[in-house]
Design a protein around this ligand. Structure first.
Ligand SMILES: [Zn+2]
Length: 182
């Protein structure tokens, strides 16, 4: 009679009962540290919230650009029509004249920042120069004058400094000069 005992064997090793043959080792895996219930709850809750927000388009990683205030806002800040026009709900509340003036100012600023003010741009500037909005008509007049002296942006400020200091002064005064730093 063989006395079979597992005593003294390293953990995972056992002898086959009755025969005393060594059995293949059993891998004793150390258990994963249990995840705290609170962590899990928080994790699943945040995931569920994110998924639901993405599904309901409350979260847009890219956002949507408003061409009036120039900021990128989440989709919820735009109405259906606002989305198409790129005008956020807040800016849509503005009186139309005010909104138009902002857009026209951006447009005029854009002409100056281009490498060249084209003939087509000048005809548009002529329309803007007849705007009932004094600020807009003033800005358009200045840019028309600039285009007469130097339609190309390259070396424009230097040429104005030499030939039309008054115009250069107006560009500084109105802030239009910043179009040259873009
Ligand atoms: Zn806006």
């Amino acid at each position: 009679m063989i006395l079979i005992t597992n005593q003294g064997l390293p953990p995972g090793l056992k002898l086959k009962p009755k025969t005393g043959v060594l059995l293949p080792p059993v891998i004793i895996a150390s258990p994963e540290p249990p995840i705290q219930e609170t962590d899990l709850t928080e994790y699943f809750f945040s995931q569920a919230l994110l998924n639901s927000n993405v599904r309901h388009k409350k979260v847009n990683i890219m956002g949507h650009y408003c061409r009036i205030c120039g900021s990128t806002k989440p989709n919820e800040k735009f109405s259906g029509k606002g989305h198409r026009n790129h005008v956020c709900k807040e800016c849509a509340k503005m009186p139309k004249e005010e909104r138009d003036a902002i857009e026209q100012e951006v447009e005029i600023f854009g002409f100056l920042s281009q490498s060249n003010i084209s003939k087509k741009n000048i005809s548009r500037l002529n329309i803007l120069a007849s705007s009932p909005n004094e600020h807009i008509s003033n800005l358009a007049d200045i840019v028309i004058e600039v285009a007469k002296v130097k339609p190309h942006k390259k070396r424009r400020l230097k040429v104005l400094e030499r030939e039309r200091r008054d115009l250069l002064h107006k560009l500084r005064e109105t802030g239009l000069i910043y179009a040259h730093h873009l």
